[in-house]
Design a protein around this ligand. Structure first.
Ligand SMILES: Nc1nc2c(c(=O)[nH]1)N[C@H]1C(S)=C(S)[C@@H](COP(=O)(O)O)O[C@H]1N2
Ligand SMILES: [Mo]
Length: 449
């Protein structure tokens, strides 16, 4: 193994090894944080990829416009409609875990901070590769956590009108590339460091008996350590405590029930807007006012639902304005209420991690509307909202989602007519779909084959 000389070089300040004085910094502490991330990050990555697949990004550009995702979208599959809680669990895990790992990432970065100032910055080809992987892994995790947090804080103003999906998706692949390289390079050192000390001994060592680790080749252990002000177990308790606290302040938005009140860090966690017959009501992300939908537009004497059929030739969406769509019929809310009504119990689960408990939705099966449109076996369905503009006013659903008996055009929820904020006169509700596909204030359904 390379034995780097552990002595100060010519540069001042943090570039000098003697600048770094923490007596607990060292391979063991770094490896403990590293091990936590080694377990957590693959779960983050997998739930992130699942979440992306659940949007049906390949079905239509209205779902996702990520350019050139073809190669990285190799794994995309048709997201299932059952079990109905799967997306809720997936997204609750992705978002909660991402936030819980923030303190761990910060502590891990602190533990290796001297490496940022390592001098000389490059001394071999292997070292160059290691440093490239570090740029991807450190830059990547900061970028992924930052974009993820901005999105769940409903800050949607990403550059160019904002494509969070594209940024977060590409960022994830860059990050995971660096992560895999970093793990491959560091895994043996991590195992060695963890084996070198009994965890049990470390946990029994108080401040007075805390000593620096033996000098390491990697340059984490201080050359001239100060006396300790915190034990290693104290540091672990601090990091674990910070992580647990963040978790406790967000997980309620995904668990629901009495825990919802504990989600102090979640922007939607505790909202209970309006009353929809039965109280307490469930939260509303996008209000009618926010979407520019007025009670007058939605009035039962004005509103109609248009059913279209469309024959798609080739792949993807025909260019806007191309007339491949045939208008089959229009229905009023009264017409819809005369059709066979079905009741299902389904949650709304947003990509942002928050979700509702199961709500009782009543309305007409999408499958029945597809038959009325003369497309009993649609390859997909395009929903349009009467909301003008807005990224979420259109969505395309897969065949499985469209013909599932639990997929409804809902007219009522929890025993009362939908309120305007819940999507009156009609909203799509599909089992296990991301919330964004549960379009509100529906104006047309286009069944495609
Ligand atoms: N027309 C319309 N439908 C919409 C949205 C929207 O902005 N406009 N938001 C979607 C998103 S992102 C989610 S998570 C759910 C949330 O439902 P809620 O706004 O009733 O809470 O509605 C979906 N349906
Ligand atoms: Mo959402």
């Amino acid at each position: 193994m390379r034995q780097k000389s552990r002595a100060d070089g010519p540069l001042p300040g943090p570039f000098r090894e003697s600048f770094w004085r923490s007596p607990i910094r060292g391979p063991w502490l770094t490896s403990v944080f590293g091990l936590v991330l080694l377990i957590g990050i693959p779960v983050m990555f997998a739930t992130g990829l699942f979440s992306y697949a659940a949007y049906n990004p390949n079905l239509a550009s209205v779902n996702d416009e990520t350019p050139g995702k073809g190669l990285l979208g190799f794994y995309l599959f048709s997201w299932p409609t059952h079990p109905i809680w799967l997306y809720r669990l997936n997204q609750g895990t992705h978002v909660t875990l991402g936030l819980v790992l923030v303190p761990i990432v910060l502590f891990k970065l602190w533990s290796v901070l001297p490496k940022l100032f390592e001098w000389p910055p490059l001394h071999s080809l292997a070292h160059l590769l290691e440093r490239i992987s570090l740029v991807a892994v450190v830059g990547g995790i900061i970028f992924e956590l930052a974009t993820g947090i901005l999105n769940i804080q409903t800050y949607y103003k990403f550059p160019q009108g904002g494509n969070f999906y594209a940024l977060h998706f590409y960022g994830a692949w860059v990050f995971i590339g660096g992560f895999v390289m970093h793990v491959a390079i560091k895994f043996p050192a991590m195992v060695r460091a963890l084996r070198g000390h009994s965890t049990w001994d470390v946990l029994r060592t108080d401040l007075a008996r805390t000593r620096p680790e033996p000098l390491d080749a990697g340059g984490l252990v201080a050359l001239q350590p100060d006396p300790p002000t915190i034990s290693r177990r104290g540091m672990l308790a601090f990091a674990g405590g910070a992580s647990a606290l963040v978790g406790l302040l967000v997980v309620g938005q995904s668990l629901g029930g009495p825990f919802r009140k504990t989600a102090l860090l979640a922007p939607h966690g505790q909202e209970m807007t309006g009353v929809n017959g039965a109280s307490p009501d469930f939260q509303v992300n996008m209000t009618a006012e926010g979407a520019g939908v007025t009670a007058a537009d939605a009035h039962a004497s004005i509103w109609t639902l248009t059913l279209n059929s469309e024959v798609i030739t080739g792949t993807g969406m025909p260019p806007e304005g191309t007339d491949t769509v045939t208008k089959v019929t229009t229905l009023t809310r009264a017409d819809l209420l005369k059709l066979e009504q079905h009741t299902v119990s389904l949650p709304i689960a947003c990509v942002e991690g928050w979700s509702t408990e199961n709500q009782t939705w009543t309305g007409v099966r999408l499958a029945d509307l597809a038959k009325m449109a003369g497309v009993p076996e649609p390859s997909s369905m395009l929903t349009r909202s009467m909301q003008k503009g807005g990224a979420f006013s259109r969505a395309v659903m897969s065949q499985a989602q469209t013909i599932d008996p639990d997929s409804l055009l809902a007219l009522r929820v929890n025993g009362a007519d939908l309120t305007l904020d819940h999507g009156y006169p009609a909203r799509v509700i599909v089992p296990d779909a991301p919330g964004v596909h549960n379009t509100k204030w529906v104006s047309s359904l286009t069944f495609r084959r």
